[in-house]
Design a protein. Structure first.
Length: 256
């Protein structure tokens, strides 16, 4: 079975599981001050580990937002976010997803992002294209910088929020900036043309590993704010994603 097929199956099963918790008492507690974790997060992670590692690739490494790194010394590393958009989920907002990415060394080679409330499955495997519910997708062809549809994410850290607001001001766009509350969904939306670009001053690798694989195959681009290639084996970094044609202008503005 192809890596992407296993990833899609795992994302869908975890998404269906998460939906069973939606609207119920979620056992909310606080972690890292303002970040929210739920029972559903942990149950989703356990299912992802079972499908990806125990049932299919038991010699692969596994990294999740919710647990310590499970390392087997493999060149392959699954990076998952059991619920990206946990804050939305905890407040009964439908904008959340399950995100899965697979690295071969430092190269993202497969990804799956499933939005269970909308039954949308974004997926890709390197060299095979990016898809939404089985239909090929591509990033937008937007070239007019000031008309771009931009998404941003601001993790619950006051200094990062200030940085992100300053970045927005630098760009001086004609349209209002959007924020979904899920970086994985933001990347999926850039990949299918719903957004033209996405920026953040601070993200974790599990936020973007799956989305990076998908956007690459949709002919988009990603980098750090200084234009360097993102190392997804690192825990966190600043991040820029675009449809491709807008990328150099975005970097120029962010440096200005």
């Amino acid at each position: 079975m192809k890596f992407v097929d296993v990833a899609k199956n795992a994302a869908r099963e975890a998404g269906d599981l998460v939906l069973e918790f939606k609207g119920k008492e979620k056992g909310i507690h606080f972690k890292a001050k303002r970040d929210i974790a739920t029972i559903a997060d942990k149950k989703s992670e356990e299912l992802l580990h079972k499908i990806l590692i125990e049932d299919n690739f038991n010699d692969h490494d596994f990294l999740s937002e919710e647990s310590p790194f499970n390392e087997h010394g493999s060149n392959f590393r699954w990076i998952v976010d059991p619920i990206d958009g946990t804050g939305n989920f905890a407040h009964d907002n439908p904008l959340f997803c399950v995100s899965i990415g697979l690295l071969d060394g430092k190269v993202p080679i497969a990804g799956a992002i499933y939005v269970p409330t909308m039954d949308e499955m974004f997926s890709a495997q390197i060299g095979k294209g990016a898809f939404l519910n089985g239909k090929r997708i591509f990033a937008s062809k937007q070239k007019k910088f000031y008309d771009l549809a931009l998404a941003v994410e601001m993790p619950p850290k006051e200094n990062v929020i200030r940085q992100t607001l300053l970045l927005e001001k630098k760009l001086a766009l004609h349209h209002r900036v959007r924020t979904l509350g899920s970086a994985a969904m933001d990347l999926a939306y850039v990949a299918c043309g719903r957004f033209d670009a996405f920026i953040s001053a601070y993200l974790y690798t599990w936020d973007v590993a799956g989305g990076t694989a998908i956007l690459n195959e949709a002919k988009g681009k990603t980098s750090s704010h200084d234009g360097k290639t993102i190392d997804l084996t690192q825990k966190y970094f600043n991040f820029v994603a675009s449809n491709g044609p807008l990328h150099s202008k975005l970097l120029e503005k962010l440096k200005g």
